[in-house]
Design a protein around this ligand. Structure first.
Ligand code: GLY
Ligand code: MN
Ligand code: MN
Length: 439
């Protein structure tokens, strides 16, 4: 792990040099971030570390800490560790990465000021813009520097790939426990507790709000309500829940039919298979959009095969009916952020490629490159609001409304794996971890 991290940091040092050169600067201060208060309150929001700090430093709780880089000398960590008996402040950790930094302990937040120099030739990267201005920084979050960093973040180092692989294990343990809790008859609220316990996370440490959805709740794409009551009838379950490892996220979804032999269960299986077929086809050099389009075509075929829409698959696709049932993107880049940066950014300079108008929710328009990590997460949902638009359409009579209305009670299906693009195709991090766990 230590040598993986050393290589990672060496690559980032080279990047820091490039950034300094293009910004005509001598140094970069990266601020981990400060606690943010709720409006008119003395309670703080959950702390979320500046991902750029976390990119260099494998520590997610370093509130009030700073990192200084000049691209040549050892990165210098100014670690905030006040004397405080109200809150726990992390002690300076001893870990595989700590020897790679120069260390200074800050006892008072203001002490950092004494370490600043030549501020007009120094970049500030962080969220506390007003504070940075008050300190006298002139180059605050310059877009050129962010573009470089974001682009590099979309191509993972071996250290990052290791972290992303590790994050899968905790998430999958949670998924196993949640699956058992669903079939055991537990409520969304209880299933969520089972997930958190098995994955050893709190509801504040998960990388995104768990989506624990029984029946039609699974048609609400970002459903996070958690009902304590059970519905009268149990039909289906969708769990979209992750975990993180040193800040790197897993983002995994599984869907189930309560009756493993019914038609909805078959549809879950078919969607799952389609996901794996798409992953098998992924190749360096092809645009992510082409796989999204392929999946839209596969959804059109499923609508035909399950007799939900009585038109040939090609026509379902031409008419865009599939988009009503699969209204989100195939997936997104994954890393320190669940929806990781640079999904649309084509190069270091920051050229932006928007998704096509017909697929506004697609979060990635990149050509695939080795060491990109992405999710592949097709879905098929029965969303009353979107279906409504077809009820008065000239093609309405081609829809099998009786069946669609029956499946509306099941909500929907999503199947989501996390993959890394390799020189020869794609490796499935989620399936790797499942195999290692013997499942
Ligand atoms: N969990 C959010 C997503 O799958 O994108
Ligand atoms: Mn997800
Ligand atoms: Mn996702």
């Amino acid at each position: 792990m230590q040598s993986l991290f050393q290589q990672h940091l060496n690559q980032l040092q080279a990047l820091a040099q490039d950034i300094l050169q293009t910004n005509r600067a001598d140094g970069i201060w990266i601020h981990a971030g400060e606690e943010q208060y709720h409006f008119l309150d003395d309670q703080t929001k959950p702390f979320k570390i500046n991902p750029l700090f976390n990119y260099f430093v494998p520590h997610t709780h370093a509130v009030g800490s700073w990192l200084y880089l000049d691209g040549v000398n050892k990165p210098h960590l100014y670690f905030y560790q006040p004397d405080d008996y109200w809150y726990l402040h992390e002690a300076a950790p001893q870990a595989f990465w700590t020897a790679e930094f120069e260390w200074t302990i800050l006892k008072h937040a203001d002490d950092i000021k004494t370490h600043f120099h030549d501020l007009d030739r120094t970049l500030y990267l962080g969220e506390e813009v007003a504070l940075a201005q008050a300190f006298g920084f002139r180059q605050i979050n310059p877009q050129k520097a962010l573009n470089y960093l974001h682009y590099q973040r979309s191509i993972k180092t071996d250290y990052e790939l290791h972290c992303l692989q590790q994050a899968q294990f905790a998430a999958l343990k949670g998924h196993q426990a949640a699956q058992a809790a669903f079939f055991d008859g537990q409520s969304e609220f209880e299933i969520n507790l089972a997930y958190l316990r098995a994955s050893e996370q709190s509801d504040l440490s998960v990388p995104y709000g768990n989506i624990v959805a029984i029946n039609q709740h699974s048609a609400v794409l970002h459903y996070t309500r958690l009902q304590t009551q059970n519905p009268p009838q149990r039909l289906s379950f969708l769990l979209d829940a992750g975990a993180s490892y040193l800040g790197y996220a897993a983002d995994i979804t599984r869907s189930y039919s309560f009756d493993p032999n019914d038609e909805f269960a078959q549809m879950v299986q078919v969607l799952d298979r389609n996901k794996l077929v798409i992953i098998e086809q992924m190749q360096v050099g092809y645009n992510y959009l082409s796989y999204h389009t392929m999946m839209q075509q596969a959804i059109a075929a499923i609508l035909h095969d399950f007799d939900l829409v009585r038109l040939p698959a090609e026509q379902i696709f031409e008419e865009g009916i599939n988009r009503t049932f699969f209204p989100h993107g195939l997936g997104h880049l994954l890393g320190l952020q669940v929806h990781d940066v640079a999904g649309f950014q084509q190069n270091r300079r920051g050229t932006h490629k928007a998704p096509p108008e017909v697929y506004p929710s697609l979060r990635c328009t990149r050509n695939l490159e080795a060491n990109m990590v992405l999710t592949v997460e097709p879905g098929l949902y029965f969303i009353p609001m979107l279906l409504q638009a077809w009820r008065n359409h000239p093609l309405a009579k081609q829809f099998n409304w009786q069946k669609i209305d029956r499946f509306t009670a099941y909500g929907g299906i999503r199947s989501e794996d996390n993959i890394v693009i390799t020189a020869n195709g794609a490796e499935n991090l989620t399936q790797n971890a499942l195999t290692a766990l013997g499942g």
